[in-house]
Design a protein around this ligand. Structure first.
Ligand code: F6R
Length: 614
């Protein structure tokens, strides 16, 4: 949520900042801005809306702007104050010499603002961030030292922040700091970078350091000095980033989302590598540090997550209960944190998150940790806050996901849950090995089946075109594919803004059926298995109300041709593994509908990739 980039070196800063913001655009896109020091003067350039608007402003003044080799930039997802030029970052103080970009929320900004206003500060925006600019300016007036001014300011700030700060009179210097929001420093030859996420740096350097909470870095083109909030010097710990810049290109696809959907067969292979070696060998999951004896004694598991990750968690519940016979509760993190939460050291708490930075889930796992639960995190970002809080870290290795709508990370989370559930069942001996070996074999074959679905995409495209004019959509399923229906509906509403809802098929007759008529498409996730016949009956009930019937199925039963107007066929698969296959056509359906409607697929309105506020 929001993106920060800063550069100090010998190249045109504006170019690097704009490139950096482009690669962070998936984190927010309602306004943007940069601050540059041009000939000793602090200059701000800001625009409302997409980054292109800022690019246009910069183009008009490029001869002047290109002189600057230092700057900070920001792309915003509004929390305090509407998206507007006034509220866009960077923010500045009365004299305009301090420039600040900020991710996160300053929780005590109202008190700080009142204090600063009483000292004569004039606020120009509705943001919480502007308080930081005035606060740093007032501390600088006392100390004449920018690092010290930032350090003293952070002592008064409450909340979550990643900050990058410049001062007109402190030439060639950026000061940056963080608390509960990510920030990474990148090191180049006579140039240094700071950013809220790796995509902003990776095309320039792979040498980087993740800043820890309350560390403050003072960056010049040839130095990086770090202190903590109590002024103790800190050691620079650089590492080589594992990402390749090419991973962040569209590779010829029209949108990142389409590219990421197509990456899924490889993602499954990646997640299985080293963990599932042969069908008759036990799963190797060294990442689970919970002692096997403790694992056998577990009385309960709770899984907390949000959005798409929550749907993966729901499949995880089904698997763990089925294989291990341990009761599993799944709850949206935002609900888990504001009620009496019952957990203890006999409960395993699993947090699932693509970004590892979702504020609701971070708060939930911290709460459980305080109560003594072992915290297992399934995340795509081993460099994230959640990963650092984990007792056991199961990285899902899906690579950076750029499209705001999660696809490949969902697949990777699902596969991680299969591995985890099999691993736990093997430790507990709760299921016979033949059944598990069969599932392992199917997991190994899964990438080929996903490939087949992807080659059938023209068929899905035709159905998407036919149904793209509908205003509402219902997805129904039962059992292990109920989360598939929820996820299919979420994908569609996120990127096409169509009112799509997932229902348990058995619930249809208890209310939602009232909405059905010929203006309502009903998509049934109809995978062969225990609930196949039941869903078929529920689909009949919908057909009897003239709903427009679509099936997604691995069955070749010709009876279906009479019931359904359109059928999306997928290769045959066991019911237990079917969520990992059935979701792919639903991702494609959502993608093509949004594309036909001309929506901004990768950056849907009002959303941001990583939601760092509660
Ligand atoms: C949906 C989507 C969101 C996220 C949710 C949780 O496509 O991307 O619903 O799944 O905001 O984010 P993470 O997984 O980063 O915790």
């Amino acid at each position: 949520m929001c993106g920060i980039v800063g550069y100090v070196g010998n190249k045109t800063a504006a170019d690097i900042l704009l490139d950096g913001l482009t690669s962070l655009e998936y984190r927010g896109y309602d306004s943007s801005g940069i601050a540059l020091n041009i000939d000793g003067k602090m200059k701000l350039y800001k625009a409302q809306g997409k980054l292109q608007n800022l690019r246009n402003i910069i183009k008009n003044d490029y001869a002047e702007i290109s002189k600057s080799t230092i700057g900070i930039g920001h792309i915003r997802w509004a929390t305090h104050g509407v998206p507007s030029v006034e509220n866009a970052h960077p923010h500045t103080c009365n004299c305009g010499k301090v420039a600040v970009v900020h991710n996160g929320i300053i929780e005590n900004y109202k008190e700080l603002k009142a204090k600063l206003e009483s000292k004569g500060c004039h606020f120009k925006s509705q943001t919480d961030t502007e308080t930081v600019a005035h606060l740093v300016a007032s501390k600088y007036a006392e100390t004449q030292d920018l690092t010290e001014a930032v350090r003293l300011a952070t002592k008064e700030i409450e909340g979550a922040y990643a900050l990058a700060v410049m001062h007109q009179d402190v030439k060639g210097t950026i000061v940056a700091t963080r608390r509960n929001a990510p920030l990474v420093i990148g090191f180049g030859e006579d140039e240094n970078f700071v950013a809220s996420d790796i995509p902003a740096l990776i095309q320039y350097t792979k040498k980087a350091m993740y800043l820890e909470d309350n560390q403050i870095v003072t960056l010049t083109s040839d130095s990086a000095k770090i202190i903590d909030i109590n002024n103790n010097p800190q050691t620079l710990k650089t590492e080589t980033l594992p990402w390749e810049p090419v991973a962040l290109s569209k590779m010829g696809y029209k949108h990142y989302m389409l590219k990421e959907i197509h990456e899924q067969p490889d993602i499954v292979r990646n997640v299985l590598t080293g963990k599932l070696k042969a069908t008759d060998e036990q799963i190797n999951l060294n990442e689970v540090t919970l002692q096997k004896a403790d694992l056998k004694e577990l009385k309960r598991i709770q899984i907390v997550a949000c959005g798409t990750s929550l749907h993966a968690a729901m499949v995880g519940k089904y698997l763990i209960e089925d294989f291990c016979e341990i009761p599993v509760e799944v709850e949206a993190s935002s609900e888990y944190i504001y009620r009496k939460t019952i957990t203890d050291d006999k409960t395993l708490v699993i947090g699932v998150s693509q970004s590892g930075e979702t504020a609701d889930t971070i708060t939930a796992i911290r709460l459980a940790k305080k109560k003594g639960s072992h915290i297992l995190i399934i995340t795509n970002r081993p460099d994230s806050t959640m990963a650092r809080e984990a007792d056991s870290l199961v990285p899902v290795n899906a690579g950076i996901e750029v499209s705001v709508a999660a696809t490949k990370s969902y697949m990777a989370q699902l596969i991680s849950f299969y591995l985890l559930a099999i691993y736990m069942a093997e430790v507990k001996g709760s299921i016979n090995s033949e059944e598990l070996n069969e599932l392992k074999h199917e997991l190994i074959m899964l990438p080929q089946k996903i490939d087949k679905v992807l080659t059938n995409k023209e068929e899905i495209q035709k159905i998407a075109r036919k149904f793209s004019g509908f205003k509402d959509f219902i997805f129904i399923a039962r059992g292990i594919n109920f989360p598939t229906a929820l996820e299919g509906a979420l994908k569609l509403k996120e990127i096409s803004y169509i009112n799509a809802t997932g229902y348990s098929a058995g619930e249809l007759k208890h209310g939602p059926i009232a909405m059905l008529d010929d203006s309502m498409p009903v998509l049934s996730v109809l995978m062969k298995g225990k609930v196949y016949e039941k869903i078929l009956s529920n689909a009949e009930e919908a057909k009897a109300r003239n709903a427009r019937m679509i099936a997604l199925t691995d069955s070749d039963d010709i009876k279906l041709d009479d019931l359904f107007e359109n059928i999306i066929h997928v290769p045959e698969i066991s019911e237990i593994l079917s969520p990992a296959l059935a979701i792919v056509p639903l991702q494609l359906l959502a993608y093509y509908i949004a594309e036909f409607l001309g929506k901004d697929v990768d950056q849907p309105r009002n959303l941001a990739k990583s939601v760092t506020v509660e």
